[in-house]
Design a protein around this ligand. Structure first.
Ligand code: PAF
Length: 286
C-alpha cells in the first residue's frame, strides 16, 4: 500500500492508472476507521480495480465549538486497517496543502443541505461540499463510496455531482450497526458506559416509526410523534430533530408516499448521534 501526502503526486498516480484503463475507486474518510468503514472499503474493492482511501480530518466542516481538536486520529491503526483491506493508496494530505494561504473558494450549497444537519451545524455542509469537490478534483476517481449513516451528506454529494458534472459515480453503502442497533461512528468512543447503553434508543425510535409505516400509518405527524415518544422514555437524551422526509428532497412529508427516510439526531451529554432509516411503504391491495 502506498502512502501519498502530496496533492500533485496523488493526481499523477490516478491519471497514470486511468491511462492504463484502471478503474479508480475512492472512499473519503476522516480516519478513526471502524467496522462501518471496513465494510464500505470491502464493498468499494469489489467495484474498482484500484482503491484510494483518504484520511483527512477536514477542519472546515467543524463548527467553532465542535470536536475538531479532540477528534480521534489513530493514524497507524487506520493505515493497518487500510492495508489489511487491500487499499492501494492511503491519501493523507496536510491541512496546509489542502488550504494554503490565499484559499478562498467555497461551494454554494443546494437546498438539500438547508434543513436538519444544515440547520443544527451551520458551517458543516459548506465544509463538506468544498472538501469533497476538492478531493474529487485531486483523486479523480470514477466511483466514490459514502456511508448511509450520513444520509444528508450522501444526498448532498449526489446533488453536487449532478449539478456540477463532477463525473463520479456515487455509491451509498448501508449503515453498519452494533448488536443493539447503534450505528457505527467514530464518535461513539466519546460515550460514557451508561450513555453507550442509552444510545441505542435513537435507532429504536426510528424503528418505531418504520413499524408504524409498515402497519399502514401514512400521516407524517403521527409517525413523528411515535418516534418522539420512544425517545422521551430516555430523559438523558435531547432531540435535535426527528423527521419523516422525502428521500430525494429531504423535505418533511405530511403524508407518506412510496419511500420515506426517517432522520434523527440527538444529544447524550456532549455527544451528538445521528441515524436514519429508509422505509418502503406497504403496497395497498385495492
Ligand atoms: O463523512 C466523512 O467522514 C466526511 O464528512 C468526509 C466525507 C470524509 C468529508 O470530510
Amino acid at each position: 500500500m502506498k502512502i501519498i501526502r502530496s496533492l500533485t503526486a496523488m493526481t499523477a498516480w490516478s491519471e497514470q492508472l486511468k491511462r492504463e484503463g484502471v478503474r479508480i475507486g475512492f472512499a473519503p474518510t476522516m480516519g478513526a476507521l471502524h467496522d462501518g468503514h471496513r465494510a464500505l472499503i470491502r464493498a468499494a474493492r469489489l467495484q474498482c480495480d484500484a482503491l484510494v482511501v483518504s484520511i483527512f480530518v477536514n477542519p472546515t466542516q467543524f463548527g467553532p465549538n465542535e470536536d475538531l481538536a479532540k477528534y480521534p486520529r489513530p493514524l497507524s491503526q487506520d493505515r493497518a486497517i487500510c492495508k489489511k483491506e487491500g487499499v492501494d493508496v492511503c491519501f493523507e494530505p496536510t491541512v496546509k496543502a489542502m488550504y494554503p494561504s490565499g484559499f478562498q473558494a467555497l461551494v454554494a450549497l443546494p437546498a438539500i443541505a438547508r434543513r436538519w444537519e444544515g440547520e443544527v451545524r451551520p458551517h458543516h455542509f459548506s465544509g463538506v461540499a468544498t472538501v469533497v469537490t476538492k478531493l474529487f478534483g485531486i483523486v479523480r476517481p470514477q466511483i466514490a463510496l459514502f456511508g448511509q449513516k450520513d444520509f444528508q451528506q450522501s444526498a448532498l454529494v449526489r446533488q453536487l455531482v449532478k449539478d456540477l458534472n463532477l463525473g463520479v459515480e456515487i455509491v451509498v453503502h448501508p449503515t453498519v450497526r452494533e448488536a443493539d442497533g447503534l450505528a457505527r461512528s467514530s464518535r461513539n468512543i466519546y460515550l460514557s458506559p451508561d450513555d453507550r447503553i442509552r444510545a441505542a434508543t435513537l435507532y429504536k425510535s426510528l424503528q418505531t416509526g418504520a413499524e408504524a409505516i409498515r402497519r399502514g400509518v401514512t400521516d407524517g405527524v403521527s409517525i413523528q410523534k411515535t418516534m418522539l415518544q420512544a425517545i422521551r422514555g430516555e430523559p438523558a437524551m435531547t432531540i435535535d430533530y426527528l423527521s419523516v422526509c422525502d428521500p430525494s428532497t429531504l423535505e418533511p412529508l405530511f403524508s407518506v408516499r412510496s419511500r420515506v427516510v426517517l432522520l434523527g439526531a440527538v444529544r447524550l451529554g456532549s455527544v451528538r448521534l445521528i441515524d436514519n432509516l429508509l422505509v418502503t411503504t406497504p403496497r395497498r391491495v385495492t
